[in-house]
Design a protein around this ligand. Sequence first.
Ligand SMILES: [Zn+2]
Length: 421
Amino acid sequence: MRPRSPQPAATLRLPPPGALSWLALPTLLAAALLTALPAAAQVSAAARKLHAEALVFDGHVHIGDRQFYQGGSIGDRYPDGQVDLPRIRKGGVDAMMFTVFVREEYYPGRYETKQVLRLIDAALEQIERNRDKIELARNAGDIERITRSGKIAAVLDLEGGFDLDGDLGVLRSLYRLGLRCFQLPAHNWANGFADSCCAPRRWGGLNERGRAVVREANRLGMLINVSHASDETIEQVLEISADPIVATHHGMRAINDIPRNMPDSLMRKIAAKGGVIGIQIGNSFHNPRYHRWRTQHAGKTFWDTSSVRDRVAGLDIYSIDKLIAPHFPFVGPEAPEDVLLSVDEWVDVVDRAIRIAGEDHVALGSDFDGGPTPPRGIRDISDLVLITDAMLRRGYSEERIRKFLGGNLLRVFRQVTEKNR
Ligand SMILES: [Zn+2]
C-alpha cells in the first residue's frame, strides 16, 4: 500500500523548474516536507520521552459536556472538538480535572443544583461506561494508583454554581458524590455569597455565607478554585482559607488587561500560600490582538452574560438543555493564523507566570472544549507534547517541566485531599 502523506500534497509549494539550481532541490524538498508535516511530527525524541514519562495532570478539561447534551461516549474518537479519551491518551494526559459545567442559562430559573446533580450523574455514568480506560480519583493516592494501572485518573470538578445560596448541606452532598474541586463564584454570574470577575460587584468579595463555604471546603478537603472570581474574592479567600487554593484555568492581567485575568500581586499571594495557577491554553486570555479580534467578531466580550435572563425567561430545564445543546463541543472561533500565538509565544506566557509566582506554582489548565482557540499548531488535547517540546528547546530543566505538567497540581491536591487521613 502506498503510504499516505500526512497532509495533502497541495501544501508543498515548490518553485517552478528553472527558478533555482536543481542541485538545491533535495534540500528544498526536505524542507517543504517538514513544513507540511503536522507540528507534532517535528517534536524531538527527548520531548516525547519526557512527556510520556511525566505525570500530566491537566487542571481543567471540559469532557462530557457534549455527551450530556447530544449523547454518545467519551470513549469515542470524534472528528471535531478538542477532547475525547482517545485524544487525551494520545496527548499523554494521565490525570485531569473532569470538569462539569453549569452554564449561566440554568441560574435565573434556579435550576443550578439540579443541573449539578444531572451533570455529576452523567460524568459518573461516562466513567463507568469507560471503566477500562478511566477511573474516578478522590485523592492524590487514587491518582497514583489509577495511573499506575494504566488508566486515566478523573477528578470531579465543578465549573459554575453548585447552589447560588451556598448551602453547606448541598456542598457536603456533592462531596459524598465524589466532587473534589469547585468554583466559588457561579462562573461569570453573581451568586449569593461570592463576587465573580465578570458580573457587577455585589458583596465586595465574600459575605458571611461565602466565608462559611470556604471553611466547610477546608474541613471536607475540597479544592477551592478561584478562576472566575473577582480580585476581592480571591484576596479574601486567601486570608481565611486554611489550605492553599487553585486558579485552575487562568491568564495574566499584565499580558491582557481583562477582569477574567489575574494581577501579578494575587499570583504572588496564591504562590505564597502554596497554591497553583493553571495557565489556560487559549488565545483570548494571553493574546490582546486575538481578544480584540474575537470581541469585535462576537460583538461582546467572551464573559458577557447580560443577555442570559431574556433568553431563558419562562423556559423549563429541558427547554434550556435544547437551547444550549448546539453550543457543544465549545471551541473558540477560528481566527486568521497571523492573529494567533505560536506555541513558543504561549510558553512565553508560562515563563512570565513562573517569573512572578515561581516554578512550584504554575501549572497546565488547558480548558480544552471549554472555549479556547489554542496556539497555532495545537489542534486539540492530543498535541500537548508540543508544549513540552517548546519548554525543552527553551532550556527548561526536566524538573521544571514535570512540575508544570502535573507535579505542582498533584502536590496541592494531595495537601488538600489527604490532610484528614
Ligand atoms: Zn472557565
